[in-house]
Design a protein around this ligand. Structure first.
Ligand code: AQP
Length: 330
């Protein structure tokens, strides 16, 4: 029996961080054997916000290195760069024309960015981004999409796009399921919003241990713990939420106990976190250093993956066009 297919993507819009890892990449690696896997470095999405063109090629390369080092072995999955497969934008146009504008204006991410930056400073691409995302997924007829919680609304939107298309032009696209990762919403170091590349509130996946400590040391904890002797509530502490991702059950119970009884100070709690985190990320950092020595291997893998994708994507676009009355004999 053939394996079900998954697809997911990551933007090369900055440093890949622990939110990306625990919300998405870690889960992608776990799913490698169970599914036929497609993962995309979604550079067309990364240009929906202001960016420096001179930096983009380097960011795409960094994203490829980080993802491969984290376990996306090109022998076990198809890791490709979105813009190497132009069919994504062709399908996006077709789906654009079958999607009401009102649905795009209702997307939370769009509403947030519009409020932050104002109408004049956001691109039409940002409004249309969910349709491109739907095209990214539907073009491979993916059965499921593993993402962090912030993408749940966009995936519901993708299912709507598929449903609407099927109603109008005939049953064609399957509705992909959402698979949410373990760290479904990793908070930023400020403890206010989700960890995100654009908010600069992140710990980079492959940042050196010293740099990670410089970020953790002043990071916010439970406000009740003003002095070491003040008891706190671990569930109100952002540092504890990171512990839940990297600390084993027994030590986690000790941390909870220490926090509620003031038996452990915040700095010591952070030191344990830094040590446990290092156990997870050190092997990734080492693999990344090895991959950096093999730029041709990285480039060739991405190119071969794009070629494989183009064959699948072309077929979907041609069939979609045909259902929409395009591309036939005239
Ligand atoms: N904080 C997070 N917790 C859990 N999952 C997360 N993801 C992102 N942040 C978190 C998941 O990572 C995958 C790639 O998403 P992305 O490249 O869009 O991540 P980003 O860091 O949010 O990127 P930006 O450029 O900073 O985007 P904005 O400005 O929109 O926040 C996805 O599966 C995502 O769910």
């Amino acid at each position: 029996m053939s394996k079900k297919r998954i697809l997911s993507g990551i933007q090369p819009s900055g440093t890949i961080h622990l939110g990306n890892y625990f919300g998405a990449i870690e889960n992608w690696v776990k799913l490698l054997d169970e599914y036929e896997c497609f993962f995309s470095i979604v550079d067309y999405h990364a240009i929906t916000a202001p960016y420096d063109a001179a930096l983009l090629p380097g960011r795409i390369r960094e994203a490829a290195l980080d993802n491969m080092a984290a376990g996306l072995d090109p022998e076990r999955c198809t890791l490709f760069v979105q813009s190497h497969v132009p069919e994504h934008t062709e399908l996006c146009w077709l789906l654009n024309c079958a999607t009401p504008l009102g649905e795009l204006f209702r997307m939370t991410q769009f509403k947030d960015k519009r409020q932050q930056h104002g109408w004049e400073n956001i691109s039409a691409g940002l409004l249309n981004y969910p349709i491109l995302q739907a095209a990214d997924i539907l073009i491979y007829r993916a059965d499921a999409v593993p993402v962090g919680e912030d993408q749940a609304q966009h995936l519901e939107f993708t299912r709507e796009v598929a449903r609407r298309f099927n109603t109008k032009f005939g049953q064609y696209f399957a509705e992909p399921k959402t698979i949410i990762g373990r760290g479904k919403r990793v908070m930023g170091l400020d403890g206010v919003g989700k960890m995100s590349k654009s908010m600069n509130n992140f710990i980079g996946l492959t940042e050196p241990a010293e740099a990670v400590w410089e970020k953790l040391r002043p990071a916010k904890t439970d406000e009740a713990r003003q002095r070491r002797s003040d008891p706190g509530d671990p569930f109100k502490c952002n540092i504890y939420s990171y512990h839940e991702l990297v600390t084993g059950d027994e030590q986690l119970a000790e941390i909870r106990q220490g926090c509620t009884t003031a038996g452990i100070g915040c700095i010591d709690c952070k030191k344990i976190l830094a040590a446990n985190l290092e156990k997870v990320v050190a092997p990734i950092r080492e693999r990344r250093a090895e991959l950096e020595k093999k730029p041709e291997y990285v480039r060739d893998s991405l190119m071969a993956a794009a070629e494989k994708c183009r064959a699948i994507a072309r077929k979907t676009v041609d069939e979609t066009k045909s259902l929409m009355g395009l591309g036939g004999q005239i």
